[in-house]
Design a protein around this ligand. Structure first.
Ligand code: NAD
Ligand code: IPM
Ligand code: MN
Length: 355
């Protein structure tokens, strides 16, 4: 019997990415042993550190090198010393676009044993999926600056919403909602203040809703949606949002579910024409980097999403169960969860819970 093997590009990136990616890799290798598959890792040192040495986030190499991988496993990009728009537009955002990873799927779930800052809320109240548009919208390089350094200075940034781009992410969200018990999809809009793109977003949402009569739909302007997420998290099942709104909601969600250190994510090319990229919601956390105290759970659960995507569904479920066991046990816990454990202690506990 030939062992299953997956080619995975490993990009730890910056800051705590360099700590949590190796930790999650240990977990994935351990579960691979148990479920008899191998991950064939290829290391890429693409990072701000490399930029400091070479003037390029990839050291002059091309992201085309990632094209033949089965998946990309990434930590975080961005570190003081390189402006964020240089590092992120030099690596993360080009990968998302080149490989048409137009869905950024970010599950938010309050796991048993984790404390939410919301009073009187439990795991049954906080369990939703954010489907963030990941290729266009407010994140666009169309625009420019004029009269720099003078009193007449100006900056223009053009949002781009295409019918293809909006429809494909909404279709993904409707199909996803269909697989959930509640079959409920909420659209994040702002068509009261944003006069062109957001009414278009609403129109496309309504048109598609007609094709999915079995999915119950809602829409809220992003301002009150943010408030509802805090006051009524149980109202949400699947949320579809534009690039920027989805970005903001996907930090708010983990905040109510206990910690951003627990929040996984996946940049998906649903057609599988290109590799998808698996990356947690959090960044490089320069404030705690280098101390060995970052919570590795977000990266580990991101690994579970990758295994699921690769078809290793039993292994993915085993990782999630192991994480749930560790969190339910109450210890070890990293600082973000109120404890004093290290990244390594947390990782060892998850691997032990796999057995
Ligand atoms: P951040 O997510 O890095 O950190 C926000 C806060 O959360 C910090 O206090 C940090 O210590 C804490 N935190 C994050 N992850 C944690 C973990 N696993 N365990 C414990 N605590 C954790 O956000 P930021 O400070 O806004 O950004 C820092 C850098 O990361 C910037 O350069 C930013 O552009 C970049 N960034 C990259 C990505 C990515 O590559 N996907 C995502 C977000 C931010
Ligand atoms: C994220 C991050 C990125 C984004 C930044 C670092 C460009 O915040 O993945 O959520 O906004 O997409
Ligand atoms: Mn973000």
């Amino acid at each position: 019997m030939g062992e299953r093997a997956y080619r995975v590009a490993l990009i730890p990136g910056d800051g705590i990415g360099k700590e949590v990616v190796p930790a999650a890799r240990l977990v994935i290798d351990a579960v691979g042993q148990r479920f008899q598959f191998a991950s064939d890792w290829t290391d890429f040192d693409w990072s701000c550190e490399l930029h400091a040495r070479t003037g390029s986030m990839t050291g002059g190499r091309s992201i085309e090198e990632l094209a033949d991988q089965d998946a990309i496993f990434l930590g975080a990009i961005g570190y003081p010393g390189v402006p964020d728009h240089v590092s992120l537009w030099g690596l993360l955002i080009p990968i998302r676009r080149r490989f048409a990873q137009y869905v950024n799927l970010r599950p938010v779930r309050l796991l048993p044993g984790v404390r939410t800052p919301l009073a009187d809320r439990g795991p049954e109240d906080i369990d939703f999926l954010i489907v963030r548009e990941n290729n266009e919208g407010e994140y666009s390089e169309i625009g420019g600056r004029l009269y720099e350094g003078t009193p007449a200075e100006l900056a223009v940034q053009q949002s781009v919403f295409t019918r293809v781009g909006v429809d494909r992410v909404m279709r993904y969200a409707f199909e996803l909602a269909r697989t959930r018990p509640a079959k409920h999809l909420t659209s994040a809009t702002k068509s009261n203040g944003i006069i062109h793109t957001m009414p278009f977003w609403d129109e496309r949402f309504q048109a598609m809703a007609a094709e999915y009569p079995d999915v119950r739909v809602d829409h809220f302007h992003i301002d009150i949606l943010s408030a509802h997420l805090v006051q009524h998290p149980d109202w949400f099942d699947v949320i579809v949002a534009s690039n920027l709104f989805g970005d903001i909601l996907s930090d708010l969600g983990p905040a109510i579910a206990g910690s951003i250190g627990l929040a996984p994510g996946a940049n998906l090319n649903p057609e599988r024409e290109h590799p998808s990229m698996f990356e947690p919601v959090h960044g490089s956390a320069p404030d705690i980097a280098g101390q060995g105290i970052a919570n590795p759970i977000a990266q580990i659960l991101t690994g579970a999403m990758m295994l699921d995507h690769l078809g290793e569904t039993a292994a993915a479920a085993a990782v999630v169960t192991a994480v749930e066991r560790v969190l339910a046990a109450g210890e070890p816990r990293t600082g973000d969860l109120g404890g004093t454990a290290t990244t390594e202690e947390m990782t060892v506990a998850v691997i032990a819970a796999l057995a």
